[in-house]
Design a protein around this ligand. Sequence first.
Ligand SMILES: *Cc1c(COP(=O)(O)O)cnc(C)c1O
Length: 509
Amino acid sequence: MSREQSNKVRRRAPIELDGQEFREVGYALVDEIADFLDSIRERAVTTGATPEAIREVLGDKRLPESGMDAKQIALDAARLLIDHSLYNGNPRFMGYITSSAAPIGALGDMLAAAVNPNVGGWVLSPMATEIERQTIRWIAELIGYPSSCSGLLVSGGNMANFVGFLAGRSAKSPRSLREKGLREQPQMTVYVSRETHTWIQKAADLFGLGTSAIRWIPVDQRRRMDMQALAQQVIDDRRAGFQPIMVVGAAGTVAVGAVDPLSQIAEFCRNEKMWFHVDGAYGAPAAALPEAEADLQSLRLADSLALDPHKWLYSPLEAGCVLVQDGQRLVDAFSFTPEYYHFHEGFSEQPVNFFEWGMQNSRGFRALKVWMALRQVGRSGYVQMIREDIELSRQLYHMVAATPELEAVTNNLSITTFRFVPTDLRNAGEVNIEYLNELNRGILNEVEAGGEVFVSNAVVNDQFLLRACIVNFRTTAVDLEKVVEVVVRVGRALDAKLRPEKLQQTRKV
Ligand SMILES: *Cc1c(COP(=O)(O)O)cnc(C)c1O
């Protein structure tokens, strides 16, 4: 066959890898990843390197004009990432709400990328669409949400909350809203506790209500929404001509893991004909525990619910999930059917086209990694891991409380907050709040850069606190001891350095 003829039947594009080449590159990469997983407990949590140093390692290279060997690229990329990352899979990582990733999820993402179904339309992704639907049902079953619900996977908690927010907004406004926008609407208002995650500001802004539509309801001692204040605010707003449309309850606030009085909010919304959305981005999976508090289990009453498989279901980033009791609400909020889609009409049932249920059009197969992990450990595996995370968090609270220089402040779900207080400042009262805040801010900076352990922070009653959130199936009691040891060591040293400087400054003034 001439070259010209063989090009007709087999085009050799520069980006192609045939099966044998893929096998070789892939095995080499899998070996690197397997070694990484075996070493993740021993590595420093982070290198603490500066942005300049990281760019130096990467090299300020120009766009390559021509290509290079695929195996070399894969191994280069592995070295760059494996040697210069923060490892949230390390057992001593307890920052923010970022979990260790289930290794099976990495394989799920690889398989999803290889087959590459477009889960926007059923005909483009027959098995993937059905697996995503099953994943949605399984997540609902796991946390006790009605399994007749609808839902879909999105990129994370923000997007999941946005979808719930939009479903609620369209449910509580006339159908003409989609055409006429907000112009001819009374001004809509939404009700959230002061502890609500910043997604609500993005939603109010992006979807045209404006952030002044947010009513920030005060919280009680336990950082839960104050129901009386909520009721009063709704009355006041109705009198003033606003249209209250939605209450957002938290199933685990981002700062301290507080759970709002969800059953009371549900009843309130029923009576007031308002939409009840629950932000369970962090805490919803804990509703799977039989011993979960009644308020957490009341998330089943929400009209819509956001949760984050990439948090407490240990999925690799990204995977968020929104569940809606009445699937028609998603169609009402999102469906347009353009003429350039002609999907197969011959089925006896109308198949699900996810592009009609949410914001995305083309959609990747995020569900696969979640589905594979659900199958790997089952309900009992998740219950065990989440329960252990919660127990460890309580243990940390007690260890901190038993340490003279540390003050334990809150413990909810798997979040414990605390701070370093030099023993001689223990009873010195209000005078020291500024100094203690500065000291603990400094401690956090040093601890985070040091790489021994990783915690983040919360601010409660104007106090700057250290915060450990355990959504990490690798963490053990030994890692908690390390947190206490490191914070005390760094705290002592920083206090010895900062306090004389402070005293000098006050003398000068
Ligand atoms: C993390 C979190 C979010 C945002 O989720 P992302 O996945 O980061 O987009 C929203 N609400 C709560 C309570 C969260 O914990």
